[in-house]
Write a protein that binds this ligand. Structure first.
Ligand code: 6LW
Length: 530
């Protein structure tokens, strides 16, 4: 038998994946930068269907992003399981630096942060013979590379000076050191070349954990630089085994739209099988590149629950679904699911989408090139400047907003585009009283914006207000490490504006070949051309 699956296994902004296994269960975390809650946690048994079960950083005592720049905050996390306890170690680049949190239940609350005073980014933990090792990248003693110290797994106290292990195979920015024990060797995996096109995965090994490390003779073990492959920038990887003794890699990669290559969905999570040579070096996907459509001998577990295509969030639950995020910590009382039951209520804040500050925004990742985001908004602004609506946002300098406001004493729907320091209201139409529906339709190249009066005749017409290039929200233009979010927001420059009530939010990606909701894992006999 063989099995096939579709990459990316986590589409949209889910970079720097890290995985640990407990029996038949796999747990995965990714970076979250300025978004709150921080560090989403996923569970899977087949490595293809990942269900989000929580976040590691859900409390302000764990994560204060109020002054985090965009693409600051939480960098690459690593998840490990040791002695019945889960550890997630990461860097708060806008706050306390390197720290870990722990829990017995990865779907529940995690501890307050335990700091570790070794610098650099991309920390990882490795447990061996009752000792806990801490690796990170860094520039100590003017020597770029990957460093290791021993720490106390309770207090985070360092027990040794950071020791230089390796600088990678020659690319810039050696980072993401993860350590593994296999067959009498300690392996040290590394991401290098920078997270753009030259991104690569390299590996070295040593008999002793603190070196000396010998590089793999076929480094890099993964690199898509210069290839035609629609997946580029593969790197920042994790290696792990399954209960059957098979090995796997997760890594980040990007899919571009248009030419020259630019990407706006963020860095996504990809899966590839790994084998080992007789002399003990890993080979990713048989030495081939990672593809969107993958065929493997077998997946480790039965196909997980095909994620229900939850097209509509009706805001009927007492809690926000796990896919929703705030940009930076939410402002107290700026949002509510109780104020008007069955609706999400936002109270406009003075901070706007153009500010790198906490604001009234609830948003989710755009995970597909082709998708539709739509909401029903009940909002009666009384003052010029108060606004509420939907946005496609990369950061404070790159977003497209469709909103209801007051202009010349009259309620209006406005489309505003922000592309760097160019800010333009490109279309405006008057709108009568009552709720309106707002819609963003996306394909690879364009976002299209439209509205219509809600509750009217079934054939109430959609009014197209305009379109905007997806590449104006791309990483190559906007900078940073994140991806586009689609969501709802409200602004009240003086505060105290009327509340904005959102009845539901639809996210639909029906036609996308990589849509998680329609895609299934198939198994086929090997003799059918596996
Ligand atoms: C992360 C580093 C990287 O810390 O980008 O692509 C940085 N790799 O390993 C931010 O995600």
């Amino acid at each position: 038998m063989s099995a096939s699956y579709t990459n990316p296994v986590l589409p949209g902004f889910y970079p720097d994946p890290s995985v640990c296994r407990v029996g038949e269960d796999f747990y995965l975390v990714t970076s979250s930068f300025e978004y709150f809650p921080g560090v989403p946690v996923f569970h899977s048994r087949d490595l293809v269907h990942w269900t989000q079960i929580g976040h590691c950083l859900t409390r302000p005592s764990q994560l204060d992003l109020s002054s985090a720049k965009s693409s600051g905050g939480i960098y690459a996390p690593t998840i490990r399981h040791h002695d019945g306890r889960f550890y997630m170690v990461t860097t708060d680049t806008s706050g306390i630096g390197n720290f870990f949190v722990t829990t017995d239940d990865p779907a529940g609350e995690w501890s307050d942060p335990v700091r570790v005073d070794q610098g650099g980014i991309d920390p990882s933990l490795h447990f061996e013979d009752g000792r806990c090792w801490f690796a990170s990248n860094g520039l100590h003693w003017n020597r770029d590379g990957l460093y290791l110290s021993e720490i106390d797994a309770e207090t985070g106290q360092r027990k040794s000076e950071p020791k230089w292990l390796w600088a990678g195979a020659g690319g810039k920015f050696p980072e993401a050191p993860h350590l593994y024990r296999r067959g009498g060797w300690t392996y040290l995996i590394c991401a290098e070349g920078g997270t753009e096109f030259a991104h690569a995965v390299t590996i070295a090994r040593s008999r002793a954990i603190d070196g000396p490390y010998e590089p793999c003779p076929h480094n890099p073990i993964l690199c898509h630089a210069g290839s035609y492959n629609g997946i580029q920038s593969t790197g920042h990887a994790e290696l792990f085994d399954d209960p059957h003794g098979n090995w796997w890699m997760v890594c980040l990669g990007v899919r571009h739209a248009g030419y020259p290559l630019m990407h706006h969905l963020g860095r996504e999570t990809y899966l590839a099988p790994v084998t080992w040579t007789d002399d003990g070096w890993p080979v990713v996907h048989g030495g081939r590149e990672i593809e969107l459509e993958m065929r493997v001998a077998a997946l480790p577990g039965p196909a997980g629950p095909a994620p229900t295509p939850r097209v509509r969030d009706a805001f009927d639950e007492p809690e926000l679904a796990l896919g929703w995020n705030f940009r930076r910590n939410p402002v107290a009382d700026s949002w509510s699911l109780n104020e008007r039951p069955g609706w999400l209520t936002l109270h406009g804040q003075p901070a706007t989408l153009g500010d790198a500050a906490p604001l009234a925004l609830v948003a989710r990742r755009q995970q597909h090139f082709d998708c539709l985001a739509q909401t029903l908004l009940d909002f009666t602004p009384r003052r010029a400047g108060d606004e509420a609506g939907v946005t496609a946002v990369m950061n404070e300098h790159h977003h497209h907003d469709l909103f209801v406001t007051v202009r010349d004493g009259q309620r209006a729907v406005v489309l505003r585009r922000t592309v760097g320091s160019l800010v333009a209201e490109v279309a405006r139409q008057p709108v009568g009283d009552g709720p309106v529906e707002l819609r963003i339709e996306a394909d690879e190249t364009w976002y299209r914006f439209a509205w219509r009066a809600a509750g009217g005749a079934d054939d109430a017409v959609w009014h197209a207000l305009g379109r905007a290039e997806t590449r104006h929200l791309s990483t190559e233009l906007a900078g940073g490490f994140t991806g586009v979010y689609l969501g709802m927001y409200a602004v009240s420059p003086g505060g105290g504006g009327e509340p904005a009530h959102f009845d539901h939010f639809d996210y639909d990606a029906p036609g996308d070949a990589t849509d998680r909701s329609t895609r299934s894992v198939t198994t086929a006999p090997a003799d059918r051309g596996a």
